[in-house]
Design a protein around this ligand. Sequence first.
Ligand SMILES: Cc1ncc(COP(=O)(O)O)c(C=O)c1O
Length: 324
Amino acid sequence: MPVVSILQQSPVQTVDISGFKIHVKRDDLLSDYFSGNKARKFAYFLDNDFPRIKKIVSYGSVQANSLYSLAALAKLKNWQLDYYVNRIPSWLKTNTNDDILGNYGGALTLGANIIEVNDDEIANHGNNLDDFMLNKAGHLTHEDLFIPEGGRSTLAQYGIEQLAQEIDEYCQQASIKQAYIMLPSGTGTTALFLQTWFNQQNSPHQVLTCACVGDGNYLQKQFAELNNNSKHWPTILATRKKYHFGKLYPEFYQMWKQLKDETTIEFDLLYDPLGWQVLLHFIKSHAESHIVDRGIIYIHQGGLVGNQTMLPRYQRKYSNTTHR
Ligand SMILES: Cc1ncc(COP(=O)(O)O)c(C=O)c1O
């Protein structure tokens, strides 16, 4: 494994998109292995020693960015990673050549132990992988470190507060008094701990997000599990229609391509197309109040390893539109 370097602080780049000036916090540049949000969520584990631990136990989607970063964390610490998944799609199993690694292939290369749990095993322990894992977590030893799906844990607060501080410092330098800070959510952990920190500092910055996994109600439930004081919850912007996480939508590819053409920055294909679509709609629908002048920051949370498998899927499905 090459040396893992993690930047102390991520830069901010100002871009023009659809004629609007947006400040992009480039967390994607933090590290190749812990890009974006994983560098923040796993900072606590990277910065501390855990002498008793020998193994990480976690679970989630086989295409998750957290799988790749957990594999890197385990490798770095000389631990084993047992990562439970419900299903490995056959197109992915056969697609792990050196060119197209993605999160799954990359994690295998880093030595991850990816365990496919079948429906019968899950049914024996409840309704879903969450129940199955809850049961599993009850039987772990003191040598095992259990990390919930997507790093959704209060331990993530440590690294996310560093991100909040960096944004606060940037706003002071750039004379932004009341920023809108946009980031698309999965578990909502990053958005929630950002807004909590700003509130605790009595800072007027407002965190905006959208639900990429499930809907707004599901995201609020996720917030409530980490902090039941709804005063600290970020503002959830509605999506135009119901999107299923991980599915392909031509408008997502078009948004991704527009971002690449207009900013030269590559964003991820799972979260960012929806995040930008919702943000641009928000800006346009508040045109009369000139909210762009207030200062809008978009957090690029990385996830580009996943594009290695998402991009060929888009090209296969919409080959006549994706080459334009
Ligand atoms: C690239 C990217 N963007 C956004 C998210 C969503 O983050 P959260 O689960 O903290 O809402 C993730 C997931 O961790 C991610 O990998």
